[in-house]
Each structure stands twice: as structure tokens, then as C-alpha cells.
Design a protein around this ligand. Structure first.
Ligand code: MLT
Ligand code: MN
Ligand code: ZN
Length: 311
């Protein structure tokens, strides 16, 4: 299976249009130590011909243009992207669906919570139902991914709930923090993506607020995990004067600290650990930073746009 990192940054991208933090400033200075990144998405393919898009970022048009594997190859209208799978309804994961209009056959898989959010917003009607079929992604069992016409593409996914939060624009303030602002099961999912013939599999979890014992058991011994790398420290956006919200409030676990991702993975025996969905405030984006050295010492990689992984 081929995996292509289309966008390794979190919402806003890196640098973010209105962000003047030191990390974004370093990216704009283009000094080689902080490479720009687009917003959160990957693609995977069993045969190198038909590709599944995992999340559709606002930068999707650029990501397709930057990756020849996703260019049209035959006839007057064509796309190697046959299937799209969503892990939540966040802007950085669904806005790119608007780029996929133009009457192109696609199958769109998401949990019913996410389909509900899309269905409630008429702008997503630009995905003409004559061409785009919306399919369920239940939180149990393995689902064979198919194209719009029902043909298998050699990949299956298992979706599972992970701690997280409803999309920011759907938060119900009146529900309060105790009810996690109206979050329900299915609002944030993780995926195990498996190639059907070889059995090769990896986990894609771009948003996660913490590791539960069930999630740890699922990940134990995995060959490859692409995991939420939004923040290095829970307080980093607050202390940097960028936001009043902690990572915890945004539904993201942080890389460092005793309750952070690196600590949680310490005994999970995951062969390859890659941070993805990295926020522009995260100093681990700086290639010569203490934080980057720290995560590399912990056996973690920072994903880069255009990175190819084969398993
Ligand atoms: C997140 O990952 O927390 C969201 O993408 C934030 C947002 O929607 O801006
Ligand atoms: Mn996001
Ligand atoms: Zn920034």
C-alpha cells in the first residue's frame, strides 16, 4: 500500500495566513529550518491507480496539483481519487469537499454524525448526488471501501471512536464543558486502513484528545501510526498569546508531558510513529529546535507534505 502525505499541518496550515508567531515567522523567512505545510490530509492506494483521500482539506486543489499520482490520466474528465473518507467534520477536513464538485463520480464515507453535519449545510449540495454517493462508516467492524459504482479498490477501513470534540463551528456552548460542548460518539474517529490482499495496515488518527485503555490495546504492536501532533505543549497557544484555548479545550492531546502522546506511546511497541496534523504554533516544526530533537529522541517523526510511505 502506498500512503501519500498531502498535508501535514493542522487547520490554518503552516504558516497560517494571520499568524505572526515565531514558528510562522520562521516559515516565512524560508531559511530551510521550517518548511511550509498545507492542511491535514493523506491519500492511500493499494494499486497506485485508484486513490482514497482521507480528509479533504481547504488546500486540496494545491495538494492535487503538487502530487502527480492524483492528476487526471484518461479521457476528458478523470480523477484517480475514487473514494473519500472523513474522520470528523472540522473545517480543515471537509472544506476541500467543495473542490471536488464538477460532477466527478466519488464515494464519500463518514460516520453518521459527520454526514449529519454535511447534510445540514446546503453548500455541500454542490457534490451532486447523481455523481457522489454518501456511504455510512459505522463504529464497528471492517468496511470494504468501494468506488461510486460499487467496485472494490483493495482497501478496507475499521473506524473507531477516539476521545475528541465536535467541530468548532458546531459546538453547543449551552451544553457546557462537562458535556464537551455537545460532543457525541462518532464526532471524532480514528481509522485502521488495511490492504486487503497483503493485510498490511496502518492507523490514521489526526485528531485525538487522549489515549484510553481500549485505544492503547488497539494500537499495541502496530506497524505504523500517523497520530495527532497538533501541539507540543497543552498551553502553547495561550502562552504564545495566540488563543485563550488549551489543546485540551480544542480536543487535542499534546506531544510532550507526563500525559502527552510520547509518554502514552512509550510501552505500545509501535514500530513507526509519525506526527501529523501539526499546528503552526508547534516548535517541533522548527528543524533545529530542542522540541524537534526531543521528539526524534523519542522515536517520532514529523510528517512532511509530499512524503511517501510504503507498507
Ligand atoms: C481542530 O483540529 O481542532 C480544528 O480543525 C480546529 C478548527 O476547526 O479550526
Ligand atoms: Mn484540525
Ligand atoms: Zn503561527
Amino acid at each position: 500500500m502506498k500512503i501519500l502525505v498531502l498535508g501535514s499541518a493542522a487547520g490554518g496550515g503552516f504558516p497560517q495566513w494571520n499568524c505572526n508567531c515565531p514558528v510562522c515567522r520562521a516559515a516565512r523567512a524560508n531559511d530551510g529550518g521550517a518548511r511550509a505545510r498545507t492542511q491535514s490530509s493523506i491519500a492511500a492506494s493499494a494499486d497506485g491507480e485508484r486513490w482514497v483521500l482521507f480528509n479533504a482539506s481547504p488546500d486540496l486543489r494545491q495538494q492535487i496539483n503538487d502530487n502527480p499520482a492524483l492528476h487526471p490520466r484518461q479521457g476528458a474528465r478523470h480523477s484517480p481519487i475514487s473514494t473519500v473518507v472523513l474522520t470528523n467534520a472540522d473545517v480543515d477536513h471537509v472544506a476541500g469537499l467543495l473542490t471536488l464538485r464538477e460532477s466527478q463520480p466519488l464515494a464519500l464515507y463518514a460516520n453518521e454524525r459527520v454526514h449529519g453535519a454535511l447534510g445540514a449545510n446546503p453548500i455541500f449540495g454542490v457534490l451532486n448526488p447523481d455523481f457522489v454517493t454518501r456511504r455510512p462508516l459505522p463504529l464497528a467492524g471492517e468496511v470494504e471501501l468501494r468506488d461510486r459504482d460499487g467496485a472494490g479498490i483493495g482497501l478496507s477501513v475499521e473506524a473507531f471512536t477516539v476521545p475528541g470534540k465536535i467541530a468548532l463551528y458546531l459546538e453547543d456552548e449551552s451544553a457546557g464543558a462537562d458535556a464537551n460542548f455537545g460532543t457525541a460518539e462518532g464526532d471524532t474517529i480514528g481509522l485502521c486502513v488495511r490492504q486487503q490482499d497483503s493485510g498490511a495496515a496502518f492507523f490514521y488518527i489526526p485528531g485525538c484528545a487522549g489515549l484510553t485503555p481500549q485505544l492503547e490495546a488497539r494500537l499495541k504492536g502496530a506497524r505504523l501510526v500517523l497520530f495527532d501532533g497538533t501541539l507540543y505543549e497543552d498551553e502553547e497557544m495561550v502562552s504564545g498569546g495566540l488563543s485563550h484555548k488549551t489543546g485540551h479545550r480544542m480536543g487535542h492531546i499534546s506531544m510532550s508531558g507526563p500525559k502527552g502522546t510520547m509518554a502514552a506511546f512509550a510501552d505500545l511497541d509501535v514500530q513507526r510513529r509519525v506526527f501529523i496534523h501539526i499546528n503552526n504554533s508547534n516548535p517541533a516544526l522548527l528543524e533545529h529546535s530542542r522540541e524537534r530533537a526531543e521528539i526524534e529522541r523519542g522515536g517520532w517523526e514529523i510528517a512532511m507534505d509530499g512524503q511517501e510511505i510504503e507498507i
